[in-house]
Design a protein around this ligand. Structure first.
Ligand SMILES: [Zn+2]
Ligand SMILES: [Zn+2]
Length: 327
């Protein structure tokens, strides 16, 4: 099969011809129809996340159909349409797993990082981490739901009952979550790179009540903010925009250093927290809500062999909505 392979961190992906994987016990092999390109892939390829499996096939927003199943597989059968997310393995016995916080499992393994992912024509995954894909989404439209959607949704849950929510960085995750939030009657304030008028127009078109530069002050105090962009200086900016008792959620897996800031912008019982990974429960919940909204994903499609181009476009802010590879 054709696959885009990372041989060494910091190098571009190489188009390779490798054998189709066989399913082990509890595993399914999918023919990949779509794989979303996530900012985390960029962090993996650029070497900002330490110790990836090498060589590695990136990609953790995978939609495909099951072509073969391993011993003991019961949840899926051949021909089923299945999604594979970032969380690829948890141990089930560590403190976190036992407390229902499998997203923090000490021994977790992640798709497209510790396990080969979906930048390929076929991939293999443990069925207990896979999801059924709701009807009403094409394969290409469904792919971004699996990380931008799921982990974005987990970040969104962490804002509690907030009515006015700021979103810093209006990429794949924010463009999905603004739709969910608006559906629930909440108001979204979208912050983009300074001067990104297209991004601001895009956010308003999807239901944001206000859009502006990340350096500007929103017209009202916010109840909460989610930072999707990997930019540490947004943390003090978001704390300044949030009311007493409000929460600022850092949604990314990697962020540049946070500059020091005066204590008074945190004081007043503001909370600053991060969100890491996903639990399977987050996934089940989000994939029920997405078709009710219904979420409409704006996607830019790239052929598999253009994965490097997709990553560059993402890095340079040329992707509106979500980038998706089509093998
Ligand atoms: Zn565990
Ligand atoms: Zn991701």
């Amino acid at each position: 099969m054709r696959a885009m392979v990372l041989e060494k961190s910091g190098n571009p992906l190489e188009l390779s011809d490798i054998p189709v994987p066989d399913p082990g016990a509890g595993q399914v092999v999918l023919k990949v129809h779509a794989c979303g390109v996530c900012r985390t892939d960029l962090h993996v390829v650029d070497g900002e996340l330490a110790d990836p499996k090498l060589p590695l096939i990136p990609g953790h927003e995978i939609v495909g159909t099951v072509v073969s199943v391993g011993e003991g597989v019961t949840k899926f059968k051949r021909g089923d349409r299945v999604g594979i997310p970032w969380l690829g393995y948890t141990c089930g016995i560590c403190t976190y797993c036992k407390l229902g916080m499998e997203n923090l499992c000490d021994n977790a393994r992640f798709t497209g990082y510790n396990i080969d992912g979906g930048y390929a024509e076929y991939t293999v995954a443990a069925e207990r981490y896979c999801f059924s894909i709701p009807e009403g989404f094409s394969d290409l439209e469904a792919a971004p739901l699996l990380c931008a959607g799921l982990i974005g949704y987990r970040s969104f849950i962490m804002t509690g009952e907030a009515r006015r929510i700021g979103m810093y960085g209006f990429g794949a995750a924010a463009h999905i979550l603004v739709q969910v939030a608006t559906f629930q009657g909440r108001s979204i304030y979208a912050f983009t790179k300074p001067g990104d008028k297209n991004g601001q127009k895009f956010a308003l078109g999807l239901g944001a009540v206000w859009a502006g530069d990340s350096t500007s002050t929103p017209p009202e105090e916010l109840d909460a903010a989610i930072i999707f962009a990997p930019v540490g200086s947004l943390v003090p900016a978001a704390l300044r925009a949030v009311r007493k008792g409000g929460v600022v959620v850092c949604a990314g897996i990697h962020m540049s250093d946070i500059p020091s800031f005066p204590y008074h912008i945190l004081w007043g019982e503001r909370t600053l927290r991060s969100v890491a990974n996903l639990t399977r429960t987050d996934g089940e919940e989000f994939l029920k809500i997405a078709p009710q909204v219904p979420v409409k994903n704006e996607i830019q499609i790239y052929p598999l062999e253009k994965a490097n181009e997709a990553l560059h476009d993402l890095k340079d802010g040329r992707v509106q909505g979500a980038a998706v590879l089509k093998p």
